[in-house]
Structures are given as C-alpha cells and as structure tokens.
Design a protein around this ligand. Sequence first.
Ligand code: C5P
Length: 223
Amino acid sequence: LGGGPLAGRHVIVTSGPTHEPIDPVRYIANRSSGAQGTALARALRDLGARVTFVTGPAAVPAPGGVEVVRVETAVEMLAAVEAALPANAVICAAAVADWRVANAAGSKMKKDGSGKAPALDFAENPDILATVAQRNKGRPGLVVGFAAETDDVVAHATAKRARKKCDWIVANDVRPATGIMGGTENAVTLITESGAEEWPRLPKDEVARRLATRIAGALGAGG
Ligand code: C5P
C-alpha cells in the first residue's frame, strides 16, 4: 500500500479548457493548456492521494498514476465530477467555458448562398466549483478554486471565494506584462478563511507542490 500524507484520501482535480460544440465539427474553446492542473494532480499523487483527474481537451499530457476522465463540455465535466464523488477534496483548476451554444446544430452548418451569416445563441454553463461547494449532502471537506485576475487580485478573489462558497481561492495576476499566461512560472495569492497570503514567483511545478502540501495539511493525516 502506498504511503504519504494523502494516503487513503480521494482528491478530484478538474483541468484544461472545455470545448463547446457549434455543430458536429466546430466548437468554441479557450487557450488553457492544463499545465497548472496537471502539475497539481501529479503533486497530489506524489503525496499518496488517489486522484481523479477530470480533464477537458488539454495541450499537455495527463499524468500517470491517476484516474483520467476525459470530457469535452462543461456539462460533461460537472457530470464527471459528480460521478466521481465522494471525495475529501475537489480542486477546480479547469478553465470552464462560461457559455455554451444553445442552438448547436445536429449536422454540419452550411453556407446557403444567401450571404447571411448564422447567429449563435448562448446559454450559461453550470458553475462546477460553486455547485460542488454548495452541496448540502456530501460536500467535500475542502473545495478549492482558481481565479485569474488582471486587477485588484485580492479584492476580486476574496469576493469570488464568498460568492462561490469555496474554501480557498488560488488567485493569480494574469496581466500580459507578468508573462504568466502560457509561461512556466506562476505568482499566486492564496485566499483562505484567514486572509490573503502572497507567495513568491515560482515554477508552476513548485506552486503545485506547495499547494499539495497545504491540502495535505488541511485534510489531516491519511488513513
Ligand atoms: O468565475 P471564474 O470563472 O473566474 O472562477 C474561476 C474558478 O471557477 C475556477 O476554479 C474554475 O475552475 C471554476 N469554474 C467552474 N465552472 C465554471 C466556471 C468556473 O468550475 N462554469
């Protein structure tokens, strides 16, 4: 049997972008690579956790030694997370699309020769983090979200923590000048019930290791 401070603990990590179909061959997506979520899943695994890794179509390969559940859309991601419960912790690192196409076509859309462009209608996607954090029955002991902000990072992330009712928010400053988006380093502020903790700028792998250690501390000894 594996050891480590998270032995016997089940942690669900969401990661990557979601793809929201327009028709069977087209979709709306975002630029998330899945790098930070993947690093976090690896770090949690290394501390002995059983990890369910629910990932959208990411650019980086999924880690080994975890249960990988591949999804495309936000609706599928929520269903996969709920199917993987119960868990001791859920870490929502995915860049979930806020909207899906409400009038997605069942067959490939074609130009009809009229010169008129099609119109897309949007519907709001479920908020996976808020849904898990606000479960009445079987709420995981620790629910963690991420927040990419470009200004007033602490104020916005603190408000997000309160609004979604998660336990922690890992906030980062993604102004282009920081070079963090798409880069190998991250500068995060951890928002918890006791306030904001600014971490130094570190490689994403090291941010993941420190977060995993904090998660292990919050969950107590495994067993
Ligand atoms: O509100 P915002 O999108 O900035 O919140 C980001 C956090 O919420 C991330 O942890 C992200 O994974 C989560 N989220 C989610 N489902 C959504 C939107 C965001 O789980 N539909």
